[in-house]
Design a protein around this ligand. Sequence first.
Ligand SMILES: Cc1cc2nc3c(=O)[nH]c(=O)nc-3n(C[C@H](O)[C@H](O)[C@H](O)COP(=O)(O)OP(=O)(O)OC[C@H]3O[C@@H](n4cnc5c(N)ncnc54)[C@H](O)[C@@H]3O)c2cc1C
Ligand code: FES
Length: 272
Amino acid sequence: MAKKKTTIESKFLPKKVTILSYQRESADSFTIKVDFAVKHEPGQFVQVTLPGIGEAPISICSYSDKFMELNIREVGDLTKNLAKLKVGDKLFIRGPYGKGYPMKDLKGNNVIIIGGGCGVAPLRGIIDYIEQNRADYGDVKLFLGFRTPGDILFQEKIKGWGKNFDVRISVDKLPADSCFAGPVGFVTNMVKNEQIDNKNKVVFVCGPPIMMDVVIKILKEKWFNDDQIFISAERLMHCALGLCGHCMIHGKYTCLDGPVFRWDELKECKND
Ligand SMILES: Cc1cc2nc3c(=O)[nH]c(=O)nc-3n(C[C@H](O)[C@H](O)[C@H](O)COP(=O)(O)OP(=O)(O)OC[C@H]3O[C@@H](n4cnc5c(N)ncnc54)[C@H](O)[C@@H]3O)c2cc1C
Ligand code: FES
């Protein structure tokens, strides 16, 4: 009798996936769409592997249970080798891991999204989610900052977001030959100069740590409560399973308790 073939499906085992599309976003970043079909929350991450090269956590930047998109910045061995792949090539993914943005608990709120650089990637998953569940949320305002116009991610998507949401984009520096017409300066300046009150609002923030610290200070000056602010934290990770302790922030595992934290949860840890 022929032996029955068994397949083990587990989020702890890497799965071989195929690249369905590849989009260059800027000189050092690109977005791939892969046939990894899993249910997940916006803000969760996966572990991406190229055998013999390495593994790294990458945020899911889409919201779909039919495919997955990942925006990747070329910084080291793994990400530079991922950048060389083409449509049809294979890689390995395990996950999804971590706690994402608690979108279901936040229904009925107006939403403010503040992103800096590659921190815009996990926030893109929230925007997809809100577009698919538009009636559940009020006004949506986006403040997105990039180094230069050439670093602006998801340019095609942003055009679409502009039709449904209030989208503001700033760049830190403007090259002489640029035709970018938006504000020049840190994204934090846009937030500071905006008249925003804290009524029925939640704020999602992701970007470099210094940017997130400044944004939180500004939001506090505008009377936002700690439990209205959600941030996505990045820490070096190994197992992503709560075993190795690499990702600890003052007693919390970023891979299990995060990467998304409500600010009052993380602030309490920082004061430990
Ligand atoms: C929860 C989470 C989500 C992430 N999401 C994304 C994403 O969506 N897209 C993306 O491009 N990257 C993301 N990262 C960062 C990515 O995992 C690292 O850049 C990874 O180390 C790249 O692997 P590498 O082998 O190419 O580079 P490495 O050889 O590991 O590192 C290259 C350089 O980057 C530095 N570095 C490594 N990790 C980090 C980090 N977490 N923060 C700051 N500096 C670091 C190293 O010190 C080194 O200088 C995420 C990290 C976490 C923890
Ligand atoms: S990455 Fe190992 S405990 Fe979080």
